[in-house]
Each structure stands twice: as structure tokens, then as C-alpha cells.
Design a protein. Sequence first.
Length: 240
Amino acid sequence: MLSIKNVTKNFGGLTAVSDVSFDVPENSIVGLIGPNGSGKTTLFNLISGVYPVTAGAIHFRGKDITSQKSFKIADYGLVRTFQVAKPFDNISSLDNVVVGAFQRYSKRRDAERKALEIMERLDIAAHKDALPKNLPLAIKKRLEIARILATEPKMILLDEVMGGLNPQETEHLMAMVKKIHASGITILIIEHKMKCIMELSHNVVILNNGRVIAHGAPEDVVKNPEVIKAYLGEDYNVKN
């Protein structure tokens, strides 16, 4: 579904992502983990067209999307959330999702019907008339996901959607991610909560200092000494 080949991003003299390569198979959930500052969100920005790529290539469903504009990449069916939820606070929650639906529907009534359908699936239809700024974080996170699902994507990039949630909210959102995947959508997810990564991911990619240091099944990468040293901590295996 997604192929990243030797991708590098430089900001002046700083290399934020260095020679990164991995594939995301269709109908899979791939976890992307690593310490803060390891290049995870920068990589999402490269995939989604926020930043141009310095070197390397990115292909989505066989199409070269390297450094293409975000709206064009979204049109191909690849969309993303942001680490900090970015709703339009001055319009209703429903209209936030309608904005996403306009990616596929030109008429308001069709876009609104799609938006309501998505909001009902994510159990947030009761908040359709509320302004996002008045919603709790857990609902804002689901609203962010609803907006990208309204674009009818083939693949989504989730950037720490569990961040800041309590254990019950996290469990609820994990179940929701599983349902989204079961509907046929491929997922690449950044997450710091290892329980989520272990439970959701088929494969995991670990970045450190902008480079891939491990890639494989979750149960294998957590045993990798380099991963333990760079990210998990020496006592991770003791706790788990």
C-alpha cells in the first residue's frame, strides 16, 4: 500500500530523517515508534506532503507521491491526523466532519449525510452541534478521526491519537481503531503507549535519530537490544 525508499529530510544542517525505508502492506496496521525527536512526525509530514522530501521516494498504491501537495495525496486516499488535534473551533463538530466529506462530495446534503454516518460510527453524533473547543479531549480525538474517515480513505496515518487519554478512553479508542481497520482501511500509527502498539500492530518500525533501527513483528522488536537501549529502557523486559 505504502512504500518508503531511502527517504531523507534535511532542515539546513540538521538531518531529521535519514535514509528511511520500509513498506506498509495493504490491510495491515504498522506501528511507528521511537524516542521524542526521532523523526516520526517529520516522516508523517513527508508522507502527507506537508514537507518536501530532500532525497528518496514515497509510493502509495504504486503511484509516486514524493513531495506532492497534501490535497492531491488526500485525493489518492491517504490522509492523516495530527499529534495535537486541529479542529476548526469556530464551526460545529458536524461541519468539521463535513469539511472532510467535501473531499468526495460536492453537494452539502451528500457531504452532511456522509459526515453524520461517520459520527454515528464513532459514537460522537450527540456532539454534532457543539463547538470543538467545548469538547473533552477524548471526543476531540474521535472528531479528528471522523474528519479524515469522511474523505473515504484507503489508508490513514494516526499520530498519537491515544496521547493524553485515560486507560478507559484508550481502550475505547483502540477498539475503534480495530473496527476502522476491519472496514478495509490500512493504518500507520505513531504511539508511545506500548500496550497499544503491541495489541494493534502487525509490524513495528522503530526510529532513533532519524534512522530505522529495527523493523519486524512487535514481539520480536521489543526483544531487540538496540530498541531496549534506545527506547524501551533496560527494565522493560522485567516489567513485561
